[in-house]
Design a protein around this ligand. Structure first.
Ligand SMILES: [Zn+2]
Length: 59
């Protein structure tokens, strides 16, 4: 089974608010970082907010 990083950054689509797991990017042998998906699999929009920022994103 593939190694699963312990903490996956989640991104929330600004349009439909569906959460997506970030795409893991290899930065080193043992390190990953996560990038927002190219587009939302649900609505096709491309604007994402990291889940950790989402709570601050609301007015
Ligand atoms: Zn969406």
């Amino acid at each position: 089974m593939a190694h699963v990083p312990e903490s996956v950054t989640m991104y929330v689509c600004e349009h439909c608010q569906v959460a997506h797991a970030g795409t893991p990017i290899h930065v080193d042998t043992a390190e990953h970082r996560f990038e927002a998906p190219d587009e939302c699999g649900s609505c096709g929009e491309t604007a994402f907010v990291a889940l950790s920022d989402w709570v601050h994103h609301h007015d």
